[in-house]
Write a protein that binds this ligand. Structure first.
Ligand code: GLN
Length: 542
């Protein structure tokens, strides 16, 4: 097993996750088995209890793990399925050490950060690595070198390098090279400082990836080489490119794949990037652009909806279009609601498709219901995901079945028409962390429906994250009014997909199809939306 640690210097948001995923993709397409781990140095045991505004989207894995969005990048770039152990947080490490202490595993000892926490980190990394049966394990260290909270993780990395040796463990450091002044000089000082910081902890990076708005000049590389103690050929450029999907190609062409394989003594098969290049070219050269509105509540931070955005990119590449996502903050009831609604309808009148994503809490739900109503009444292609699906059912109940005030009991416990209600098993839940209906669940698809056509299968697995469901007491009446529940859970009780057969494309799902979308295998419900939007655009524009 070979380990590649990827750290970040200078500042966050440098694209460390993309660098890690890109290298993973290059090694995988060179015939190696690759896995990845994300380290998050915060005290939450997982990302499930965090507001997307704080940390971006909560990504959900097959096993129900609620994890950092970087695991989504790994799954998409590497086309693999990860489990929750692949996201290590300080909270998880401490919880495990404290449980062991209570059990008496350390009896007689004083339990301390060094050695116990660090040992726990090392064990976790090597267990996950070995357990995966892969050739290479990439470990992305969240945070920036120098942060107090990431120290135990860096110490664990240092010790692993010492114990396993430089042939099995290497370090990649990603940094920022700003360009300053009128002459546009590439500045290496921040990089020098952050490498100095790393070296003071006992880690000498093997490779430096410099993030810059332009390709690094040879003189810049030489300077980094000299001051950071790495060969010039181990300094790579990750400059701004048209799409993140180009980054693997960019790094490969500079020799990163070969350099890593040399350092780790890995076998050297051809790196087959043909299919990937084709995908990137399709992304870069769309034949037309369509507009799809995303009516949400965290639209101020695009990372909150990153998997939706990716699913659009994948679908666009397949359908030959690029998607201009129109971010709409759902109007909230109160002063100015009517006016905000008018503004929203105005925006919706020029789009070719509407997506209402998942969410929690009442804020913005009335605005979203109005967006769904607008989609249905104007026959604009619509996809509702999780909360978006539940709201589509409330909208249908209110405006088609005439059940005024129909709602989810999540937002109105007293509603006369509780068309969406809490899952019975959720009534026993007292703690918030990791207690929703989570992860991959089987769904049976009814023949001769839109959903069947999209999936081309009678049985699918999709990932879930919710506490509420379409109220079983209302299903028959809703179906009698014309909505078809085309996807149902294996036990026959939970409605997983609902559609309106007469509409151009009006469909909702209780699960999150965005988590399983892959560059070359877009999520069927997204692809369906994009294709319907493309046709709708043609039709409307003649
Ligand atoms: N709040 C809703 C529920 O818990 C929807 C959740 C979601 O959209 N992920 O069921």
């Amino acid at each position: 097993m070979k380990y590649i640690f990827v750290s970040g210097g200078v500042l966050s948001g440098l694209g460390k996750g993309i660098a890690t995923s890109s290298l993973g993709l290059l090694l995988k397409r060179s015939g190696l088995k690759v896995t990845a781990i994300k380290v998050d140095p915060y005290l939450n045991c997982d990302a499930g209890t965090m507001n997307p505004y704080e940390h971006g989207e909560v990504f959900v894995l097959h096993d129900g793990g609620e994890v950092d969005l970087d695991l989504g990048n790994y799954e998409r770039f590497l086309d693999i399925t990860l489990s929750s152990e692949h996201n290590i947080t300080t909270g998880k490490i401490y919880r495990s050490v404290i449980e062991k202490e209570r059990r008496g595993d350390y009896l007689g000892k004083t339990v301390q950060i060094i050695p116990h926490i660090v040992q726990e980190i090392k064990n976790t990394i090597t267990n996950v690595g070995k357990g995966s049966g892969c050739d290479v394990c990439l470990i992305e260290l969240g945070g920036t070198v120098g942060d107090m909270e990431s120290m135990p993780f860096l110490e664990a990395a240092r010790q692993l390098h010492m114990e396993l040796g430089g042939g099995d463990v290497i370090f990649i450091h990603t940094t920022l090279i700003p360009i300053m002044g009128v002459v546009g000089e590439q500045k290496t000082k921040p990089t020098q400082h952050s490498v100095k910081e790393l070296r003071s902890i006992g880690i000498q990076p093997d490779i430096i990836i410099g993030r810059c708005s332009e390709p690094l000049a040879q003189t810049t590389k030489e300077k980094i080489s000299l001051f950071c103690n790495v060969p010039v050929k181990a300094v790579f450029t990750a400059h701004d490119v048209s799409t993140v999907y180009r980054v693997p190609i960019l790094l490969h062409e500079q020799g990163l794949t070969d350099y890593v394989r040399d350092r780790l003594e890995l076998k050297k098969n051809v790196t087959d990037l043909d299919a990937w290049r084709e995908f990137v070219e399709r992304i870069e050269r769309p034949k037309e652009t369509i507009k799809i509105a995303l009516v949400g509540k965290y639209t101020g931070l695009k990372d909150s909806y990153i998997s939706h955005y990716k699913a659009f990119e994948h679908s666009g590449a397949k359908a030959g279009v690029s998607i201009d996502v129109v971010w709409i903050d759902a109007p909230e009831r109160g002063v100015g609601f009517e006016e905000e609604l008018r503004g929203m309808r105005e925006q919706l009148s020029s789009v070719h498709g509407i997506l209402v994503p998942g969410g929690f809490g009442v804020r913005g739900t009335e605005g979203k219901i109005e967006a769904i109503r607008y989609a249905r009444e104007n026959n604009i292609p619509f996809l509702g995901i999780c909360l978006g699906f539940q709201l589509a059912v409330s909208e249908f109940a209110r405006n088609v079945m005439g059940l005024e005030g129909a709602n989810s009991t999540e937002f109105d416990e007293q509603t006369r028409y509780p068309v969406v209600d809490i899952l019975p098993e959720q009534l026993r839940v007292t703690q918030m962390g990791a207690t929703m209906r989570l992860g991959a669940q089987k769904c049976i698809i009814r023949k001769d429906t839109l959903a069947y056509g999209l999936y081309d299968a009678g049985e699918i697995y999709e990932r879930h994250r919710h506490r509420y469901e379409i109220n079983p007491d209302w299903i028959e009446r809703i179906e009698d009014a014309g909505m078809v529940f085309s996807g149902i859970s294996e036990d026959g009780i939970k409605m997983e997909i609902g559609e309106l057969p007469d509409a151009r494309y009006h469909i909702g799902c209780q699960f999150h199809p965005e988590f399983l979308s892959r560059p070359e295998k877009p999520a069927p419900l997204f692809l369906g939306l994009v294709k319907a939007a493309k046709n709708f655009k043609r039709k409307r524009e003649g």
